[in-house]
Design a protein around this ligand. Structure first.
Ligand code: FAD
Length: 385
């Protein structure tokens, strides 16, 4: 279906990323999921395809494209494998983007070209064991120690935090108390810094080919110039980055749903019961019609949010709505796709089983569905304090 937000360049990007995803990522997805293995090779290949830093200017190693181009690329990767899409989304929206938008010239020159190449990746650490949705409750602190920040605390559930190619992490820290309120600042910590260690979390249900880790900071000293942006601006940087991150999660939802829908449609046309293809039973065809419609709605809303972002307009509410809606329809579509596959949908040999598990991340990561509903409720004036 022709989408009015897309131009020829967007269509070409979709076509080339689809070919890449089907040829290089899809054949590895089952094994990487089964073995719970992060693939530096596929990350490098995504870098070679120009997928990292798509919206970063060419002078820093990016492609200088609009955010809609990146969203289309993410959709196409998620259409075959959410793990690789998750790596791409987090590294771009939460790793590269904050450094580009808030970094000093030195920080940009130091990190961006390696991060855009896919040779190295970056993590974004907000969540702590006792502070998830309530991020202001975080306690990891960075004390002023002369020429250094002295960091103590821990972070959990951090994507890309402990791979062989992780270069570093952007960390939300408490740097003081102002008028009784915590002051937050974001600080860059490179892997290998004394006092910084990481441990991979194993046995995840979903996104099994991504790395998720716990990070520990024990009297970790980093130079004062490692602050990202200005002191006290950490929350703003994190929240702004999360708005873009939500568009990324929304794109993964749309792409995952598209992949699940196509598998179900194909299966329904070929599977015969009671003398005809099951797609000819109206109960099944109505399920597929609803799936198709929901994906189109989610995609159109997502492209509108990208249009706002690309035209320098506010898109926070749209990002919350896109993230909420896409992740919920991804759940519904994956569930119905399993149903259409019957017993085969429950067997790992069929990729729909992996899609059904992977969608579960989308209603939790980067702000749960409940938190998105709170944001929207406040916007429409329901929750006033
Ligand atoms: C695989 C994976 C990767 C992740 N990657 C990263 C990463 O790279 N960086 C990072 O910083 N974090 C990351 N996270 C953390 C993720 O963002 C959090 O899990 C998420 O924000 C929810 O926090 P929580 O798990 O502590 O749940 P909680 O905040 O404890 O929430 C538990 C439940 O309570 C509900 N709830 C909480 N507050 C309210 C309220 N006020 N009203 C109604 N309901 C409420 C929630 O919606 C949820 O249903 C990742 C998580 C996972 C699982």
């Amino acid at each position: 279906m022709k989408n009015p937000f897309l131009n020829n360049e967007h269509e070409l990007i979709r076509q080339s990323i689809r070919e890449f995803a089907e040829k290089e990522i899809a054949p590895q997805a089952y094994q990487l999921d089964r073995d719970e293995k992060f693939s530096p090779y596929l990350t490098k290949r995504m870098g070679e395809m120009g997928l990292f830093g798509m919206c970063i200017p060419q002078e820093y190693g990016g492609q200088g494209l609009d955010s809609l181009s990146f969203i289309i690329a993410l959709e196409e990767i998620a259409r075959v494998d959410s793990s690789q899409a998750g790596i791409l989304s987090v590294h771009n929206s939460l790793g590269i983007d904050p450094i580009f938008h808030h970094g000093t010239q030195e920080q940009k020159e130091k990190y961006l070209s390696d991060l855009c190449s896919g040779n190295q990746i970056w993590a974004f650490a907000l969540t702590e064991p006792n502070s998830g949705s309530d991020s202001r409750n975080s306690i990891t602190k960075a004390e002023d120690a002369g020429k250094y920040w002295k960091i103590n605390g821990s972070k959990t559930f951090i994507t890309n935090g402990n791979t062989s190619i992780t270069r570093g992490v952007t960390l939300q820290t408490v740097t003081g108390i102002n008028n009784g309120k915590k002051e937050f600042s974001t600080i860059i910590v490179e892997k290998g810094t004394k006092g910084f260690s990481a441990e991979t979390i194993h046995d995840k249900m979903m996104w099994r080919a991504t790395n998720t880790s716990q990070l520990y900071f024990n009297d970790c000293l980093v130079p004062k110039e490692n602050i990202l942006g200005t002191k006290g601006n950490g929350s703003k940087i994190m929240l702004k980055s999360l708005d873009s991150g939500k568009l990324g999660i929304s794109a993964i939802g749309v792409g995952l749903a598209q992949g699940a829908y196509e598998m179900a449609l194909n299966y329904a046309k070929n599977r015969k019961q009671f003398g005809k293809s099951i797609s000819n039973h109206q109960v099944i065809s109505f399920k597929l019609a609803d799936m198709h419609m929901k994906i189109e709605l989610a995609r159109t809303m997502l492209y509108k949010a990208c249009w706002l972002k690309d035209n320098n307009q506010r898109f926070s509410i749209e990002a919350a709505m896109c993230k909420l809606y896409s992740s919920e329809i991804a759940k519904e579509v994956a569930d119905e796709a399993v149903q259409i596959h019957g017993g085969y949908g429950l067997i790992k040999e069929y990729p729909i089983e992996r899609f059904y598990r992977d969608q579960r991340m989308l209603q939790i990561g980067e702000g749960t569905s409940e938190i998105q509903r709170i944001i929207i409720s406040k916007y429409i004036g329901c929750i006033t304090k």
